[in-house]
Design a protein around this ligand. Structure first.
Ligand code: PHE
Ligand code: ZN
Length: 879
């Protein structure tokens, strides 16, 4: 584990290194406890660097076995080696450096560098894992051409993979063999990868737009080849889409994907050799839900798209992380929107952004999309860098229009191919192709916090003028108390009584182009002339900007828009706002000791939307999914009592169910599966709608039997998991729930990924006693503190998706959590640090829980020998 030096890295301190490493040769002699790594580096002093400059290479826990310069072993006085650094005191201007290090992959539980997962050797180098393999200039602006030779025992590791193209392979003495790989594209060390082991292969091929044939391989645990078909199909569709949508062609002879079961993140875009968390590769209808199928498709696409946005053009330094991540998320979102339903995809994206990025931006861990400082870069793979980063790219497209945006992207690829670039480089291409000044817009990268727009409207029938008064503000965030005014592209529509767009004569008070108001000042009075009747205003259509809105809007207008807005996103939003408002009102009633009441108009609208056959089933399902408890808490903002929120939400679910019992029952019946299973979007949408109807109906008389029948007759994991969730959450402790949980366990006990769902469902059962359930489940045979997926299923779900149990009033949820985080940290600091972010909104809790959450944070902070990862998170959270 890396020791915490407390050092803070700052953007303004960036300097190119004095040296470059044009060529990197690596030889691995693999063995679980003592792998020998021989690096042969061609090193050159850069023009302009002082002749006396020493060469300082990064290391992390390394043992140096041998060092030679141009074939001559160095004397001890000529260098200085510690586990974390290697200094060569007087290096020549150009030389070949030979280094031998020894590492122990089998005992590497941090899963960074070279490690073993189910007896497969694999690597993870982003962000700073390469320095756990050999000493190197382990920073993204050092681009090198790699040649890699892997030697292993043939029976232990028949498959030997690395980046680039295969060059040669053959047998060696005593049952060993070798393979050599060469990657012609210069790359930073974080994109290096190696895989060696015994794996099953699924092979296919793809012919690129210029007619080159690429061999595709997906490697999985032997016996699981049948589960890789969806991933392979997604890969081919991704390759084709990037050619059509962005003109980007694949550039090597092979493209390989390996699925491993121990992985800190979702997947990794190593050049030509993507390594995946197996959760995002393996799927069939028996074991994967529709959400799993959609995630696999999105992540396969994401990693593939990195080949151009991340690999061919990489980042100058880690402050530029959003240059590859935000842009690549934008690209994968667009891919999924094209493959599935655009409106549904957009709503799902916004829900995710609000659930993960908004609380980050509104709490102690807030940071700009391009941060200016960090202590531990691992902690900046955040929703802000990824999701808000993607929204910023989307806004550039909104401002420029699709064609100019595409021209900008073309220029970006042309101008920066083979380089390590910056956000300034990225913005410049769009300024150059459009002639626009994006300097105010650039604040989206530099300034943290979620901007808010306050909007009110007036209509004057005499002057026929309709006026929008819009005021912007950006709340303060840690270390940024004063904010500058942003450029916010606000898509809007004026909607007439029949749902039609209202025509207007002219506009004054702001630039309005293509249905977008460009907010640039603190306050705009936007005056539309020639408007006869007061229209309803539809705002932030398509979620054109990642902001919050405070709109003075009549309930009538909101109901009207929820039924008639021609923009599908805004229509969904209008209904969601009505639901949120009702839930917040109910929360206040409950705190005041009253029973919440909901209007028949609201519960009736839910029924109307559910039954509206002009709307896609997936859209209707999203509309019926009430705002989550955490969403409601975020919108309330302070003095949160999670129990009251839960009670309010349950009351609304019940009110909607009661008001629509007949209609929901009939629709539920009509949606029953007919024909063979297909994971496609339309079928998935029908399942989603039917499963949410089950959730409502399960609260009515006969509900538990209905859910049990749903569970027993399910023909796929989506329906089975949905029914099990309903039984476990809504009928906790019932014989039906107990039977279903046991049946699921008996059926899938040997499948670790499916058991993850079983843990997840139980970890999210509302109510105080789940703390004990989760504690007990940590001792289950299928659970392991060393496996990140299992830890996330059980502990991650408990802490981030179980408001009533995690935030138990007596603090027991927090105490259990703090203990567990410290236990995970001993093995895997990165996973522990990410878990710990579950407490980031502690200051918005009511005082009693706040004090108990603080104690838990302090208990973590006082842990012995804390890693840089965890210390950074707890200290910022407490600050
Ligand atoms: N770069 C990976 C991605 O987003 C994420 C990742 C980061 C994976 C760090 C592993 C380690 O695609
Ligand atoms: Zn990525």
């Amino acid at each position: 584990m890396r020791t915490d030096t407390g050092q803070v890295f700052k953007l303004e301190d960036y300097r190119p290194n004095d040296f470059s490493i044009p060529q990197t040769g690596l030889t691995f002699r693999l063995s679980p406890d003592a792998t020998r790594v021989t690096a042969v580096l061609t090193i050159e002093r850069r023009d302009g660097a002082a002749a006396s400059a020493p060469l300082v290479l990064d290391g992390d826990g390394l043992v140096l076995k041998r060092i030679a310069v141009d074939g001559r072993e160095l004397a001890p006085a000529e260098y200085l080696a510690t586990p974390d650094q290697l200094t060569i005191l007087k290096p020549p201007a150009r030389f070949e450096l030979l280094l031998e290090t020894e590492i122990a992959p089998a005992s590497n539980e941090a899963l960074m560098g070279l490690y073993r997962s189910s007896n497969v050797y694999c690597t993870q180098c982003e962000a700073e894992g390469f320095r756990r393999i050999t000493y190197f200039l382990d920073r993204p602006d050092i681009l090198s051409v790699y040649t890699v030779r892997i030697e292993a025992q043939l029976d232990e590791a028949p498959l030997l993979l690395s980046n680039g193209n295969p060059v040669e392979s053959g047998a060696l003495a005593e049952g060993w063999h070798y393979a050599v790989w060469h990657d012609p594209f210069p790359k930073p060390s974080y994109l290096f990868a190696l895989v060696a082991g015994n794996l099953g292969q699924v092979a296919d091929s793809f012919v690129t737009m210029s007619g080159r044939e690429v061999e595709l391989g997906i490697y999985v645990e032997p016996g699981k080849e049948g589960l890789a078909g969806h991933a392979m199909d997604a890969l081919k569709r991704s390759m084709q889409w990037d050619e059509q949508a962005f003109g980007r062609e694949y550039d090597l002879d092979v493209f390989n994907i390996v699925a491993v079961s121990d992985f800190n993140m979702g997947a990794m875009e190593n050049k030509g050799l993507n390594i995946f968390n197996d959760k995002y590769v393996l799927a069939d209808r028996e074991t994967a839900t529709d959400a799993d199928f959609a995630n696999i498709e999105a992540i396969i696409a994401h990693e593939y798209f990195h080949n151009w946005t991340g690999n061919r053009i990489t980042c100058r330094d880690w402050f530029q992380l959003c240059l590859k991540e935000g842009l690549t998320v934008f690209r994968d979102h667009e891919f999924s929107a094209d493959q599935r339903s655009r409106a549904v995809k957009r709503i799902a994206e916004v829900r995710t952004l609000r659930a993960h990025q908004f609380p980050e931006d509104q709490g102690p861990l807030a940071h700009p999309v391009r941060p200016r400082r960090y202590r531990e870069i691992n902690n900046f793979y955040t929703a802000t860098v990824y999701e808000k980063g993607s929204e910023v790219v989307r806004m550039i497209r909104t401002i420029l229009g699709s064609q100019t945006f595409r021209a900008g992207m073309d220029l970006y690829f042309e101008r920066h191919d083979g380089e390590a670039a910056t956000i300034e480089d990225f913005l410049k291409v769009f300024e150059d192709v459009s002639g626009r000044d994006l300097s105010q817009f650039a604040l989206w990268y530099h300034q943290a916090g979620t901007p808010n727009l306050t909007v009110s409207s007036t209509h004057n029938p005499v002057t026929r003028e309709f006026t929008l008064e819009i005021e912007q503000s950006v709340p303060p965030t840690p270390s940024e108390s004063r904010k500058r005014l942003m450029h916010i592209p606000l898509a809007f529509g004026l909607v007439g009584a029949g749902g039609e767009p209202v025509a207007y004569g002219g506009v004054e008070g702001a630039t309005v182009e293509d249905g977008v108001i460009h907010i640039r000042k603190r306050r705009h009075l936007v005056r539309f002339s020639g408007v006869d009747e007061r229209p309803a205003v539809s705002l932030n259509r398509g979620f054109s900007a990642p902001i919050t809105l405070s709109v003075e809007q009549k309930a009538d207008d909101q109901f009207f828009l929820a039924g008639h807005d021609s923009d599908a996103f805004a229509r969904w939003q209008a209904f969601n706002t009505l639901l949120t408002d009702a839930l917040i009102a109910a929360f206040r009633q409950i705190l005041g000791g009253a029973k919440p009441v909901f209007s028949a108009r609201l519960t009736g609208l839910a029924g109307k939307i559910a039954g509206d056959e002009t709307l896609e089933p997936a859209y209707r399902a999203l509309a019926l999914a009430l705002p989550g408890e955490a969403d409601i808490a975020r919108d309330i903002g302070r003095n949160i009592d999670p129990d009251a929120i839960f009670t309010a939400r349950e009351a609304l679910v019940l009110a909607i169910a009661r008001a629509n019992q007949d209609a929901f029952t009939k629709l539920y019946g009509r949606l029953a599966e007919d024909g063979p299973f297909s994971p496609d979007a339309a079928s998935a949408g029908r399942r989603a709608l039917r499963n949410i109807l089950l959730d409502y109906l399960s609260l009515l008389p006969g509900g538990v039997e209905l859910a049990a029948r749903h569970f027993e007759t399910a023909t796929n994991m989506t329906d089975r998991a949905a029914a099990l969730t309903v039984l476990a959450h809504r009928h906790d402790g019932s014989p039906e729930a107990i039977k279903a949980l046991a049946g699921f366990e008996a059926r899938y006990g040997a499948d670790p990924l499916v058991m993850g769902k079983w843990f997840q469902i139980q970890a999210s059962v509302p109510g105080p006693k789940t703390v004990e359930t989760v504690r007990a489940l940590t001792g289950h045979a299928a659970f392991s503190m060393a496996n990140p997926n299992r830890v996330r299923s059980l502990i991650g779900t408990f802490s981030s998706a179980n408001q009533t149990s995690f935030h138990r009033a007596d603090g027991e949820g927090y105490r259990f959590f703090a203990q567990t985080v410290l236990e995970v940290e001993k093995r895997n600091p990165q996973v522990a640090a990410r878990l710990a972010t579950a407490l980031r909104s502690w200051r918005s809790l009511e005082p009693g829980r706040q004090a108990k959450a603080r104690e838990a944070l302090l208990a973590i902070a006082n842990g012995e020998n804390l890693s840089a990862d965890l210390r950074d998170i707890v200290e910022r959270t407490l600050a």
